[in-house]
Design a protein around this ligand. Sequence first.
Ligand code: XIL
Length: 336
Amino acid sequence: MKKISLYFSLFSLLSCSKQTFTACDQSSIYSHATFPVGVAVDVSELKTNSQYRSIVINQFNSITAENAFKFLHVQPDINRYDWEETDYLVDFAKQYNKRLHGHTLVWHSQLPSWIYGFTGNWKELLRDHITQEVGRYKQDIFSWDVVNEAFNEDGTLRSTIWLDHLGVDYIRLAFEFAHTANLEAKLFYNDYNLESNPAKLKGVIDFLTHLKASGIQIDGIGMQMHITNTFPSINQVAEASKTIADAGFLVHFSEMDVYMNTADGKTFLSKSELQEQANRYASVFTTYSQLNEKNQFGITIWGVSDADSWIPAGLPLLFDYSYEQKPAYCACKSLK
Ligand code: XIL
């Protein structure tokens, strides 16, 4: 059975590589936008895959690590930090003159297992982790997702290990520690469904506005923008992002991808699906460009090709399994 599906996948891959699109020129995506256009990268792909690497170098002017800066990877043991991948990426960004966005300091997911048995001082643990990470890259990292996904869909605070041990204050502490470690860095709160769920968006904005009013530096809000070809509507995206901008925050479409509702195991899209996806990318880019310029932080695409996507079944990215450009790639460049 496994063998059959393997053959099927290989066959699909081969037919995929034969797919031809109406190509556009190779000029970088960011040169067509008035805001930075970034990509989430996987460090081992960057090291070993030359097609992947050249797309990152040539097409984008901002980079987020897909995983390398997360707690699990940076502090795998209580007394050990691992900077191998993060140092590599910092050097890469310097060499190719890319803006580096740090993702993420405080999250309930991708935590090392030792933390679940931690019995020491949680405030000091948080302070140490943030101070080490932000401090090490003080000269190199422009901005940070300080807190990720801290809210429930109804706008209340999500129950996490951080909330359990430090109470509501953990969010304030995290922003304070990050600011102290790098006074220059732009600091973000990042979450999903902000584009589609007004209750969640209101909870986030009210909470952050209150913190800001008490003197805490919070510069922006990341809207992850994991969307499908049909949901949410472009009006919802426009309204939610304008609400964030009007509340005085920078807006980052921080993890954009567009999932197509495809049959399992499919590795290519039909012509009409490709076009639908392209239209969706174009309308999100256009909507973003209509925000007040002073609120624009940029759009980051969550991965390079469909082969590398964290949800590959949705075939959600700008390049296909063979690293060929898809119509969505050209659509992102159709702004001017
Ligand atoms: C995802 C990565 O893309 C995967 O490689 C990893 O296995 C799990 O995390 N929201 C976030 C990102 O803030 O960090 C997640 O990234 C996707 C959802």
